[in-house]
Ligand binder design. Structure first.
Ligand code: HXC
Length: 257
């Protein structure tokens, strides 16, 4: 077994990397399966967020499968990086948010998978790192681009160029994760997702897309995107319902339309 994809009874998709004997390392086969799983979730109309975690109590994911990386042609290596990047980029295009539940080591490609998710929660024993320089490599699944966007360039350079570990409490302090979860991580993930999934999914999607554009567009273009997406949100029935409910002093009943 390499990955499991299930639906929870409270309406979430749950993707579990399930290769604990190798600390859930990402073989190319697993990467492809993750991509297929994300595509499958995109077609599920009855889930409100995607939760991603790792099997076992040691690791979320220890990164790309180092044994598989050796002795590859440069062409294969480039294709491998592009595959990882493309698979993780599919999380951005999912119509629902993704939450990484980081339950241990999140190194290399594992940290990059977590960073590609909309949100990250971590247990107190979680450890993040982009240790590729120790292997004579650099991150290839988006780490050099997403880490500085999350924690700023100076910190990202230091973390990537020293390959050092970042413990959960530091990850929380520098904004690499949204929160450190005390207690059961899965429950914390559901509680966290429940704080936004009670709102209209198409409206949340507009908000997420607008914010994601901020990282890679000049201000005036980003503002145009915000104007367009806020108009799109305004045209939903849920916007009508939300504003009517405010006036009528009652709770809105959003229908995701
Ligand atoms: C393949 C891995 C692996 C990995 C662990 N294992 N990480 N196999 N690829 N990335 C395997 C080990 O070989 C071992 O299997 C088993 O998992 C348990 O690991 P141990 O090392 O015995 O556990 P421990 O001593 O607790 O150390 C945990 C660890 C260490 C600190 C996380 O495993 C480690 O440093 N792993 C590598 C982390 C890393 O460098 N990741 C970045 C990869 S490069 P066996 O069968 O030997 O007992 C990357 C991006 C590349 O992600 C970009 C390319 C484009």
């Amino acid at each position: 077994m390499t990955i499991d994809l299930t639906k929870t009874e409270d309406g979430y998709a749950l993707l579990t990397l399930n290769r604990p004997e190798a600390l859930n390392a990402l073989s190319f086969d697993i990467l492809r399966r993750i991509g297929a799983a994300i595509d499958e979730v995109a077609g599920w109309r009855d889930v409100r967020a995607l939760l991603i975690t790792g099997a076992g109590d040691k690791a979320f994911c220890a990164g790309a499968d180092i044994k598989e990386l050796r002795n590859r042609s440069l062409t294969d290596q480039k294709r491998g990086a592009e595959l990882g990047q493309a698979v993780f980029a599919r999380l951005d295009r999912l119509p629902i948010a993704s939450v990484a539940l980081v339950n241990g080591y999140a190194f290399g490609g594992g940290a990059e998978l977590a960073m590609a998710c909309t949100f990250r929660l971590a247990s107190p024993n979680a450890v993040f790192g982009l240790p590729e320089v120790k292997l004579g490599l650099i991150p290839g699944y988006g780490g050099t681009q997403r880490l500085p966007r999350l924690v700023g360039e100076a910190r990202a350079l230091e973390i990537i160029m020293t390959g050092r570990n970042v413990a959960a409490d530091e990850a929380e302090r520098i904004g690499l994760i949204n929160a450190m979860a005390q207690g059961d991580l899965m429950q914390a993930g559901r509680d966290f997702a429940g704080r936004f999934t009670r709102y209209s999914l198409p409206v949340l999607d507009c908000a997420r897309r607008a914010v994601q554009r901020a990282a890679d567009t000049p201000l005036h273009e980003g503002l145009q995107t915000e104007a367009d997406l806020s108009t799109l949100a305004y045209r939903t029935r849920d916007a009508e319902e939300g504003m009517a409910a405010f006036e009528e002093k009652r709770k809105p009943e959003f229908r995701d339309e």
